[in-house]
Write a protein that binds this ligand. Structure first.
Ligand code: CMP
Length: 601
């Protein structure tokens, strides 16, 4: 009997019956048909066989029938078998889905209301449906599960199911009630932000240490794909979003929805400024957005109920803004004085801080120019030209390193004094003068005749302690965001400059070069003493947990020019007595070549 009926008709007949009434042969027919469906092509055979037990069919005779509405609770996942549907978001048709496409996964997996209204686009539309319970049960076994949201035929958001909870907030899902099953893999910037607002913000608690990893990623990296002013504009339009009123909605529902949108924006801004701290208020765009938002909240409070919580939140944002303004208003400090890192480096370094930068001209004469750390190469050239009126434009800013390498800064490069290599010089020259620039004599470092070390006069304990205090200050000033700007690329974050990180790196290089130079320039008589002194300083630094000093000295002493001083190493090894110098517990010297590779930190 089965073989005499057309396969499609037979399939529809079987899936119209409840699952428990389907015979093994019928299940085989359903399975066979499922293998032809595009939306299921990524599912394994086992999953499709299981699905054969549960798929049902839903038919709509007329075009224009509502399958479900935006913001309803999701009950089924749909696959278009025949016909087509319109996806309608906030009253606008964003795409048409046709045979083989699927929809309705999002609400089921995220446990959120429907993100769109679905209306049949053709007469005689037929869908295969899987209920939420079986969908979740079966989906659990699916290896890769991707959702593509479309707008006007184009993918705008690609989501992938994450099986393992991500982030601290998700791990504590009991306390935060997080239930987000999808994470964003790709998408249009604004769609990603909308997704963040609609799926991640409502459940956020006051404690920003529990921020969802995805929100955190967005806030830290948006500069690379969505500038702050675009984020603020989107937030503003979202704040004023007129709620889409589906026919079944009451007026009070849509008011609640309106307040919810406003709450999401304010909550997002709260998380944003709590994470970026001073960097948030340093950016004029985000800084002024807080005030703008505050005015809107004040206005809305007169008009709408349920705004108290939002009011409290925006008040907290403004308080942290006032606190940050106090830091920002502090007097500019000199952070680099003629290339030397100032011992009173403030915490943190601000764009308004100053470097007394030595600028060289092509004839090797020089002058000191006080410049703010955030000045661009172009601005430094202009300041130099104003100071030295004989300089003719167009001017270039060039770094000449001790190895002869020349780096020509582009006009928009910033944070130049803090990125300069330790032993380099900064020139302001014309283009044709660049080939003539060569390193100067003093860039080779001090010579034994010009260098007189006073290291032996300073107590190692005191020295290590002072190093520790200074490094701690630099480290505290360096926000983790700066590491991100450095890793992803400074050019992607034009508003945020990792000055503090630059100075930390610079400090590391200083300590490293200092240890190498002191040993190389020491006289034969006291070289061993100096070497021991550095090992001693590194040992004390290790007790302070000042890893910057430990690693910088380790690298400094591993420099080939130091490690090839075999005689020194031999003598220094003989001079050490294990019982009196505990550093031997850490520096397990097997042979002098890899002496520091065994450092156990
Ligand atoms: P869900 O939110 O469960 O219900 C509406 C469905 O429409 C949604 O899942 C997606 O599967 C589908 N959809 C396709 N494109 C979009 C879009 N641009 N915005 C929202 N939903 C979309």
């Amino acid at each position: 009997l089965l073989s005499s009926i057309a396969p499609e008709t037979l399939f529809l007949m079987i899936v119209s019956k409840p699952g428990f009434e389907r015979s093994p042969e019928e299940l085989e027919v359903v399975y066979e048909e499922l293998t032809f469906i595009k939306a299921l092509s990524h599912l394994s055979t086992m999953v499709k066989r299981q699905l054969a037990n549960f798929v049902k069919v839903e038919q709509y005779v007329h075009a224009g029938s509502v399958v479900f509405r935006q913001r309803e609770i999701g009950v089924y996942w749909y696959i278009v078998l025949k016909g087509a549907v319109e996806v309608n978001v906030n009253g606008k048709v964003v795409c048409i889905l046709r045979e083989g496409d699927d929809f309705g996964k999002l609400a089921l997996v995220n446990d959120l209301p429907r993100a769109a209204t679905i209306v049949t686009y053709e007469d005689d539309s037929i869908f295969l449906v899987v209920d939420k319970h079986h969908f979740n049960q079966i989906l659990h076994q699916v290896e890769a599960n991707t959702v593509r949201l479309k707008d006007y035929g184009e993918d705008v958001l690609v989501l992938e199911k994450v099986d393992i909870p991500r982030g601290a907030a998700l791990e504590n899902s009991n306390s935060c009630n997080f239930n987000c099953g999808y994470s964003v893999m790709a998408g249009k910037a604004e769609k990603i932000l909308e997704y963040v607002l609609e799926t991640r913000i409502d459940a956020l608690s006051d404690d920003i240490s529990e921020i969802d990893l995805f929100v955190e990623d967005f806030i830290l990296t948006h500069d690379a794909f969505m500038p702050a002013n675009t984020v603020c504009n989107f937030l503003k339009s979202y704040y004023f979003r007129t709620p889409y009123r589906a026919t079944r909605d009451s007026i009070s529902d849509s008011c609640t929805e309106e307040v919810r949108c406003k709450r999401r924006v304010v909550q997002f801004v709260y998380v944003w400024c709590s994470m970026l701290k001073i960097n948030f208020f340093l950016n004029p765009v985000t800084n002024s957005f807080v005030e703008e938002l505050f005015c809107h909240v004040i206005d809305d409070r007169k008009r709408l109920g349920g705004m108290e919580e939002i009011m409290t939140r925006i008040g907290a944002i403004r308080t942290s803004r006032e606190n940050m303004q106090l830091v920002l208003a502090r007097h500019p400090a000199i952070v680099l004085d003629c290339g030397v890192l100032s011992a009173r480096t403030p915490c943190p370094i601000l764009p308004s801080d100053v470097c007394n930068q030595i600028i060289y001209l092509a004839d090797t004469t020089c002058f000191v120019l006080p410049i703010r750390v955030d000045k661009t190469a172009e601005e430094i050239c202009e300041l130099s030209r104003r100071r030295m009126s004989f300089l003719a434009e167009p001017l270039k800013l060039v770094e000449v390193k001790s190895n002869g390498e020349k780096l020509i800064f582009s006009p928009t490069d910033r944070a130049i004094p803090t990125v300069l290599s330790l032993n380099s010089k900064l020139y302001v020259v014309n283009r044709e003068e660049i080939p003539m620039l060569v390193p100067m004599e003093d860039q080779n470092g001090p010579t034994p005749t010009t260098h007189s070390s006073i290291l032996h006069l300073i107590d190692s304990q005191e020295l290590a302690h002072q190093l520790f205090l200074f490094h701690l200050q630099l480290l505290r000033a360096t926000d983790s965001n700066e590491l991100l700007y450095q890793v992803i690329g400074r050019e992607s974050f034009p508003q945020s400059m990792p000055f503090n990180l630059d100075l930390l790196v610079r400090r590391f290089n200083e300590v490293q070069h200092w240890s190498t130079t002191e040993i190389l320039l020491a006289t034969e008589d006291n070289r061993v003493e100096i070497l021991k002194k550095f090992i001693h300083i590194a040992t004390i630094a290790r007790e302070y947990r000042d890893l910057l000093t430990v690693f910088a000295i380790t690298l400094g002493l591993s420099h080939t020019s130091v490690s090839r001083l075999t005689l020194t190493w031999n003598v220094s090894l003989k001079g050490f007595q294990v019982s009196r110098i505990p550093i031997f517990q850490y520096f397990k010297i097997l042979e002098h070549k890899n002496i520091f590779k065994t450092l156990d930190v």
